[in-house]
Design a protein around this ligand. Structure first.
Ligand code: ADP
Ligand code: MG
Length: 704
C-alpha cells in the first residue's frame, strides 16, 4: 500500500468506506492529511497511575491499573446497570455502566491486566467510576503514552460507534503507517521557509504534527501548538499585508486634490466647536490618502463620543469640493435620521444637497432621491443599507463612509465597488474599539486611524452597580437629575428567544414608570414599533419634551442627546461588555457630570461580576474591548462572523495568542520588506502555500 497524505480516508486500515463517509459528512475529513490536521481539543495527563486507596470524589480523571474480579448486573428497566468490581490488589473500586453492557461483558476479561480511566464519584458511600475507558496496558502505540488526546465527535458519530477513542486509534494508525513508509519525517514537507524555522526556533512541521496529537510531555505539546499557531497566524498576516501592498500599488482611486469652498467655509464659519487634535490628525490622514491616487481603505477607530461623525462630515465635504458625491451608511434608521438632522443643521444654508434614503423613504420621495443621485444633484446621501441596493445609482460616487461598521457584512461592503468604475474611497468607522490583535487580523489590510482623544470638558461617566431590590433609591436619583433639567435613559435587554417578552418588559416598565413619575413625560422605543413611531418618540426625547426614554437596545448605537445624563441599564448581567460600553456612551456627551447605573439581580456568576467590575473601574473603550475579547473569544464578538473573517483559525485564539499575532505580523512585515514580490528562492514556499490556502478562502480583493 502506498502511504500518501492525499489518499482517501477509506484506505486507511480500520476505517473503510462506511466510516470514511461518516467522517466526511460529520467532520469534513476526506484525506489522510485532513485527519492529521484534525487536532485534539485537549489532552489528559496519563503519566500517573493512582491507587484505589487514594481515590476521592473530587479528583479529576484518574487511571488505575488492575483487574476485574467479577461483574454484576443490577436494577431493572431504566435503572439497569452493570457493575464491575475492579481491584489493584490494595483496594476496590466499582466501575458502572448504564449502556453498552453486552459489549463490556463480551470484550472485557476477568483477572486480566487493564488500565481503567475515568472520573471518581461517590454513590451510596462507595467510590465508583462511571463508564471508564478500558485499555490493555500494551495498547499504547507510539512509545509510552503519557498525554492522551481528546477529539470532538458529533452525536451522529457516537451513534455509529465513533468516539474520541476511535479517532485516537485512527490517528495512531495514520502516524504509524506514515512512519513505516517514510521514517520520522512521515513524508510531511515543511510549510515554512527553513530560515524562519531556524530563526524563530520552531519545531519542524512533522514534529509539530506528531506532537500535537501524541506529545510525550506538556512541553512537547506547547512547542507543537506554538509552531502550528504561528504558522496559521503568519499566513493570515502575510496574505493580508501582501494584499494591502498590492492595493496601494495598483488599485486606482479618485484624486481629491482640492480643499475647496465647502470644506473651508464649513471649517471657518460653521463648525460649532474646535476640533480636537486627534480629529484634525485623522482628517489629515484621510486627506492624504484621498489625494494619493490610490483608493483609500481606512478604518477609523474612536471611542464612543470621540466625534467620529464630524470627521466623516469633513471627509465628505472634501469629496464635494472635488466634484464627487459622498454617502454615509448607518446601521439603523434612527441613526440615519439623526445624521441627516445633524448634517442639515450644521451645514445650514450652505449649497450642499443632503438627502436621506432608508427603507421607509418610499413612493414619489424615493423616486426624487434616486433621480437626484443619478443626475448628481444630491451631494451627500445619508442612509441605511438601502443605499447599496441595485437600483441606487450614483452620478459620481467618490467616498463611502460606513458608520458603526460591525453591522455590515463583507458582501454588503463589497457591493459598493460596483457603484463606480473606479472604486470609491472607503472609510469605515467602528462603533466600539477593536482589540489590536483582532483588528490586525480582521482588518489587517485597512489603514487604521485612531481618534484617541475626547472633546474637551467631558467629565468621565460615573458608573455604579446596584441590585434590583431597591428601586426607590434609584428613583430618587432619577428624580434629582430630572429636577436639574437632565434627561434619563432606562434600557432593558433584548430577549432574542422571545420578542414578546421583551416588549412586555419595556411596556410594563413604561406603564410602571409613568405611575412612579406622574409629573414627567416618557418616551418609549423598541424593535416592534414602526420606524415612524420610533422616530417620533426619539424626536420628543431629543427636543426635551420627554424626560425619560424607556427603550430596548435599539437605542444602543450612536444616538446622541447631549442633555441626557443618566443611563440606567436593567438586567445588566445580560449584556456583553462592548454593549454595556456602547450604552454608557449615550451619556457623558454634554458638559455635565453623567451617571451610568448597572442594575442586576443579586445572584451573579463570577464572570458576570467581573464584567460589572470592569465597567465600574474603567471608561476606556480599548481596555474594555480587550477584556471582552478575553472573556468571550473572538468567535462570539459581535460582527466577527460577518465582518470578513475570511479564514478559519483552527488552533490560534486571538484573545489568548496576542503575542503570536504580533510576532506573525512583524515576521510577515520584514519578509515583505526584504522581498516584496516574494521572488527569492527561499520564499517560493511562501507563495506556494498562500496559493494553497487561498483555494479554500474568500477572495480578499473584494473586501473593503
Ligand atoms: P461618536 O464618535 O461616538 O460617533 P459623535 O460623533 O456622535 O461621537 O460625537 C459626540 C458628540 O460630541 C456630538 O454631540 C458632537 O457634536 C460632539 N463633538 C464632536 N467633536 C467635538 C469637538 N471637537 N468638541 C466638542 N464637541 C464635539
Ligand atoms: Mg457615532
Amino acid at each position: 500500500m502506498v502511504a500518501e497524505l492525499s489518499a482517501e480516508l477509506q484506505f486507511l486500515p480500520g476505517i473503510g468506506p462506511k466510516r470514511s463517509e461518516t467522517l466526511q459528512r460529520e467532520l469534513g475529513l476526506r484525506t489522510w492529511e485532513d485527519l492529521l490536521y484534525f487536532f485534539p481539543y485537549k489532552h489528559i495527563d496519563r503519566s500517573r497511575l493512582y491507587r484505589t486507596t487514594e481515590l476521592t470524589a473530587d479528583m479529576p480523571f484518574v487511571q488505575i491499573k488492575g483487574q476485574f474480579a467479577g461483574f454484576e448486573q443490577m436494577g431493572e428497566g431504566r435503572k439497569k446497570r452493570l457493575v464491575g468490581h475492579f481491584t489493584d490488589g490494595k483496594g476496590w473500586v466499582d466501575c458502572v455502566w448504564f449502556a453498552g453492557i453486552k459489549y463490556i461483558l463480551r470484550t472485557v476479561r476477568l483477572h486480566t491486566d487493564y488500565i481503567i480511566f475515568g472520573k471518581p464519584a461517590v454513590f451510596n458511600g462507595r467510590i465508583n467510576i462511571g463508564h471508564p475507558d478500558i485499555d490493555s496496558p500494551d495498547t499504547l502505540m507510539l512509545g509510552k503514552m503519557s498525554m492522551q488526546p481528546y477529539y470532538h465527535t458529533t452525536e451522529r458519530m457516537k451513534k455509529e460507534g465513533l468516539s474520541s477513542r476511535s479517532m485516537e486509534r485512527f490517528m495512531t494508525t495514520l502516524l504509524k503507517t506514515l512512519h513505516a513508509s517514510y521514517g520520522p519525517t512521515m513524508g510531511i514537507s515543511e510549510t515554512l521557509p527553513g530560515y524562519l524555522v531556524d530563526r524563530l526556533r520552531l519545531v519542524s512541521l512533522s514534529v509539530a504534527l506528531q506532537n500535537v496529537h501524541y506529545p510525550q510531555t506538556a512541553d512537547d505539546l506547547s512547542q507543537a501548538t506554538y509552531r502550528l499557531k504561528f504558522e496559521e497566524l503568519f499566513y493570515v498576516q502575510l496574505a493580508v499585508l501582501r494584499y494591502a501592498r498590492f492595493r496601494q500599488g495598483t488599485v486606482k482611486g479618485h484624486v481629491f486634490s482640492r480643499v475647496g469652498d465647502n470644506f473651508n467655509e464649513f471649517y471657518r464659519n460653521r463648525l460649532p466647536f474646535q476640533l480636537t487634535e486627534a480629529q484634525k490628525r485623522v482628517i489629515r490622514e484621510m486627506h492624504s490618502d484621498m489625494q494619493s491616487g490610490h483608493q483609500m481603505n481606512r478604518l477609523v477607530q474612536g471611542d464612543v463620543g470621540s466625534g467620529k461623525t464630524m470627521v466623516a462630515l469633513m471627509a465628505m465635504l472634501l469629496a464635494t469640493d472635488n466634484g464627487y458625491q459622498a454617502c454615509i451608511m448607518a446601521p439603523t434608521e434612527i441613526l440615519a435620521e439623526q445624521h441627516l438632522a445633524t448634517f442639515r443643521q450644521m451645514l445650514g444654508d450652505m449649497d450642499i444637497h443632503v438627502e436621506l434614503l432608508t427603507g421607509t423613504v418610499r413612493g414619489r420621495k424615493r423616486q426624487m432621491v434616486l433621480q437626484g443621485l443619478k443626475e448628481g444633484k444630491v451631494d451627500i446621501l445619508v442612509g441605511t443599507h438601502a443605499v447599496i441596493e441595485d437600483n441606487v445609482e450614483f452620478c459620481n460616487l467618490g467616498l463611502v463612509v460606513i458608520d458603526e461598521q460591525h453591522r455590515f457584512g463583507v458582501a454588503q461592503r463589497a457591493r459598493l465597488w460596483d457603484k463606480n468604475i473606479i472604486p470609491p474611497h472607503v472609510m469605515v468607522m467602528t462603533a466600539t474599539p477593536i482589540p489590536r490583535t483582532l483588528a490586525m487580523t480582521l482588518y489587517g489590510d485597512l489603514d487604521v486611524s485612531v481618534i484617541d482623544q475626547l472633546p474637551p470638558g467631558r467629565k468621565p461617566v460615573k458608573t455604579t452597580h446596584m441590585y434590583d431590590n431597591d428601586p426607590d433609591l434609584l428613583y430618587r436619583g432619577i428624580n434629582q437629575q430630572i429636577q436639574q433639567g437632565r434627561q434619563v435613559y432606562m434600557v432593558y435587554p433584548l430577549v432574542k428567544e422571545s420578542e414578546k417578552l421583551d416588549l412586555k418588559n419595556v411596556e410594563e416598565a413604561y406603564v410602571h414608570l409613568q405611575k412612579v413619575f406622574p409629573a414627567y413625560r416618557l418616551s418609549m422605543v423598541h424593535g416592534q414599533m414602526k420606524p415612524q413611531e420610533k422616530e417620533a418618540e426619539m424626536q420628543k426625547f431629543i427636543k426635551g419634551e420627554t424626560q425619560i426614554m424607556v427603550a430596548t437596545t435599539v437605542i444602543e448605537v450612536g444616538v446622541n442627546v447631549p442633555n441626557a445624563s443618566v443611563m440606567i441599564i436593567q438586567n445588566a448581567e445580560r449584556f456583553g461588555l462592548s454593549q454595556l460600553h456602547q450604552l454608557r456612551g449615550r451619556v457623558g456627551r454634554g458638559a455635565d457630570q453623567s451617571y451610568c447605573v448597572l442594575v442586576t439581580k443579586y445572584e451573579l456568576a463570577r464572570e458576570t461580576r467581573r464584567r460589572i467590575d470592569i465597567m465600574t473601574e474603567t471608561n476606556d473603550g480599548f481596555e474594555i474591548a480587550e477584556a471582552d475579547l478575553r472573556f468571550r473569544g473572538p468567535g462570539d464578538l459581535e460582527g466577527t462572523q460577518q465582518s470578513g473573517m475570511a479564514f478559519d483559525l483552527k488552533l490560534a485564539n486571538l484573545a489568548r495568542d496576542g503575542q503570536i499575532v504580533q510576532l506573525a505580523r512583524d515576521t510577515a512585515t520584514w519578509i515583505l520588506d526584504a522581498d516584496p514580490q516574494l521572488t527569492a528562492t527561499d520564499n517560493a514556499i511562501l507563495v506556494q502555500r498562500l496559493r494553497h490556502l487561498k483555494r479554500d478562502q474568500m477572495d480578499w480583493s473584494s473586501i473593503s
